[in-house]
Design a protein around this ligand. Sequence first.
Ligand SMILES: Nc1ncnc2c1ncn2[C@@H]1O[C@H](COP(=O)(O)OP(=O)(O)OP(=O)(O)O)[C@@H](O)[C@H]1O
Ligand SMILES: [Mg+2]
Length: 235
Amino acid sequence: MLRDTQGELIQTAKLAVLGQMSASISHELNNPLAAIRSYADNARQFLTLNRSDKADENLGRIAELTERMAKISSQLKFFARKSSGTLERIKVQPVIQTAIDIISPKYKNTQTRITIHNELPEPQAMADIIQLEQILINLINNAMQAIGSSSQGAIHIRTEQHAELLMIHVEDNGPGIQPDNIKKIFDPFFTTKKTGLGLGLSISARILESMNGQLSCINLETGGAKFSISLKAAE
Ligand SMILES: Nc1ncnc2c1ncn2[C@@H]1O[C@H](COP(=O)(O)OP(=O)(O)OP(=O)(O)O)[C@@H](O)[C@H]1O
Ligand SMILES: [Mg+2]
């Protein structure tokens, strides 16, 4: 009897993991997919205008993004295993810039401005580039969604070094996180959005843990939310 129950529990847990994996796959592939769509539309327009140079530029971007999607899908094995990836010394600024470039087409109709502020000229950390990019994409997406269509929207991404830690803060001036929800936002599938999966933060926190880092958040006194990534700084 006890055995049956245990067997069922294991089976249920396996099914839950499977469900979570398929949802996270679509989540992580949707951003580059949206960017590809927009680059393809632009390429078409450039072709009708006989601007083949510009069309070619857009096709180049599409090629880069499909490359990225292939990398992501190979990373998904890593999610499943939850083993630690290879940490290498990376420059943080270009990773932040790439995350912004990937997200920008999706929000091209908003007025929200994203600004990067680096305390050190060339911040470096021990991390995995693709995974750090995914985390930043999730945080910037959330910030953009929190700000919505406000014309005063601003996102500030700040890097600073605290002893052995390299911190990346993503601050927005949206409505902030409702106090009742602050404990739940890292739970898988917790969402307050109509079309949200509630996976962005839980996946991000899990990836960061596997990089020996952490994700935390607070509401800013000025309004808005601040999410902080901490990573081991590179020596
Ligand atoms: N910058 C933010 N400002 C205010 N609330 C936020 C912010 N970021 C996250 N939240 C809250 O945390 C919840 C969980 O975020 P999470 O990214 O995990 O899922 P989601 O954005 O709802 O869906 P998705 O799976 O598409 O990311 C959000 O639904 C929202 O209520
Ligand atoms: Mg999200």
